[in-house]
Design a protein around this ligand. Sequence first.
Ligand code: SF4
Ligand SMILES: [Zn+2]
Length: 370
Amino acid sequence: MTIWNMWHGCHKISAGCANCYVYRRDESIGKDASVVCKTRTFDLPIKKNRSGEYKLTASDGIVFACMTSDFFLEDADDWRQECWDMIRLRSDLHFHIITKRIDRFEKCAPHDWGGGWDNVTICSTCENQDRTDYRLPIFLSLPIKHREVICEPMLEQIDMEKYLASGLIEHVTCGGESGDKARQCDFRWVKELRRQCVRSAVPFTFKQTGALFVKDARLYRIPRELQMSQAKKSGYSYTPGMNSGSAIKYALPQREELFARLKGSKFRSGFHLSQKDKQYAAQKGIATIRTHALDFISKRLCAENPENDGKQTPLKGHPVFIAQHATACCCRACLEKWHNIPSGKILTSEEQAYIADVLIDWIQREMNTT
Ligand code: SF4
Ligand SMILES: [Zn+2]
């Protein structure tokens, strides 16, 4: 990858900018980051070496444009056209443009943009729900060939399910904030966003933990040099069809601790077997009910991305269905939330057996009550 900074300096416009690293770095050397100037590398894509060949070649990888400013900044309105000209000329290179100003895109696009250019990926940043709901509808309405979303710094749980379902977003990246004043990032938000991506089969990258990372309600301080490697080690990035969740290490809950938590949920603890269900289970015998359970699990829950996830388990018709709702084994989202079993992967036979055990345990406890 290559970085092409054509101008430097920016203005803070939203919550994600509060601890902007451009400002942090400039302050540390006594520079004012709000002054926007062209850089000496302004024409990097068309710079040539002595033999008259372009210095940048396709083998240099993706060109990340404007990393110490925002490409759609007002201050750069007079300079941008020249950059578009270079991008157009270098159709052999692929440019990534990350922006918090997608609402200025239409004003700033080149005259011949048409339905978008193949060699440009636009990445819209969404740090919280408010900015997600403002920027993504605009982003999706624009003629752009390649769209990505970056939730960094991720400041809260974000629901972008409906935007992902459009099929127009090619990739989602998320990560926590670094630096001395970093705000916390909660692993639950990361997992939830990943699950949304899984549901729409959108590749997902968990890029960095940030400096203050919350996992299982405990706050961890992560040194700068480990923030990316720790995120990678978690295995929570996702590539559709790659069964990528197999890299995730997690612990299944202890049975009694699980049942205690389920009891604490008004929704879960409201499920009970009817007399008819109990009779059915008694008549079939627990071994047969377990076979039924395994069959439902393999048909409805097992796939990397089951159809109708969240709605696939009926509310009646079989004691196993009731047990699934009572024990939060009804869908992959609940399996992840309550049992830690990651979504975005095919269930292993051990995981299937574990789920069947939980269901049977619950059914037997119900049968023992009158
Ligand atoms: S838009 Fe980006 S570069 Fe500009 S202030 Fe915000 S975080 Fe910094
Ligand atoms: Zn569920």
